[in-house]
Design a protein around this ligand. Structure first.
Ligand SMILES: [Zn+2]
Length: 274
């Protein structure tokens, strides 16, 4: 499943190639992905419009078009958004494609159909039901220890579950939550009610570092991400604890353990996470 770093790498890879081009038309080849694909909406908000910028909110790619419209794409579990020459053969699971004025095609393939694609006025983004409940963007200014501490006020429960709550912050998936907690030296089961300001700050910084490093690694190991073929192919990042049960902690050498929070595996070091 693509995580925030993959979507950010995709955004950075596509933006310079897409901005300035114009959407000439589209083909909807399946009635629905996770939600119905609406040709009327695509016609109204995308056809004939020039691409102005690419943005991202959580794991949604936002393709801002002229005239105050935005095309939104979510890759779901298995989606792949690629830019190909217009005469490239239509592939299986290519459920949606946008024809560009340059002659190329922006196509969305999604075998498992958990992806999403829709369009709307840019001004409606913040209040739209897909976005209204979303929490902090960890790579945007303002994400720090004090804002996490404030959000945790009056709450209980393990810090790992808190970090993964999209209403708190977006994009901290299972892998990145384990990695950030290890980096900050915070035990994943520790109650959010028992974390002081300094540790919230360390945790916020660790989240930023772990996500930023994944983006940097993804960008270098997979510079052709948007054109890549084959099954998922989402990038692997170097991990300190995740999926390393029994292996030595890279910091203190103790064997890494596995536990479970909210039905998700958590990996941590009993030596240096408290
Ligand atoms: Zn350790």
């Amino acid at each position: 499943m693509p995580e925030l770093p993959e979507v950010e790498v995709l955004r950075r890879s596509l933006e310079p190639r897409l901005v300035g081009d114009r959407i000439a038309g589209f083909e909807v080849r399946a009635p629905a992905l996770r939600e119905p694909l609406d040709p009327v909406v695509f016609e109204r908000f995308t056809t004939g419009r020039r691409v102005e910028a690419l943005d991202r909110r959580a794991k949604y790619l936002l393709i801002h078009l002229e005239g105050g419209a935005t095309l939104v794409i979510h890759l779901g579990m298995s989606g792949r958004l690629t830019l190909v020459p217009g005469d490239t053969e239509v592939e299986p699971h290519e459920h949606l494609a946008f024809r560009l004025a340059s002659g190329r095609r922006l196509r969305l393939r999604d075998p498992r159909r958990f992806g999403q694609a829709f369009a709307l006025p840019t001004a409606d983004l913040a209040g739209d039901r897909h976005f209204a409940h979303l929490g902090l963007e960890p790579l945007s200014p303002g994400f720090d220890g004090s804002v996490l501490a404030r959000l945790a006020e009056g709450r209980r429960g393990p810090v790992k579950t808190f970090l993964m709550d999209a209403r708190v912050a977006v994009g901290i998936g299972n892998i990145y939550a384990s990695e950030a907690l290890h980096r900050a030296g915070v035990h994943p089961s520790r109650s959010v009610a028992r974390i002081g300001w300094a540790r919230w700050e360390a945790l916020a910084q660790a989240v930023i570092e772990v996500l930023s490093r994944a983006i940097a690694e993804g960008g270098t190991t997979l510079n052709d991400f948007a054109d890549a073929d084959g099954q998922a192919g989402y990038f692997q990042v170097s991990l300190a604890v995740y999926d390393r049960e029994g292996e030595p902690c890279p910091r203190c050498g103790r064997a890494i353990r596995r536990t479970v929070h909210a039905n998700r595996s958590t990996f941590y070091c009993p030596g240096c996470q408290r």
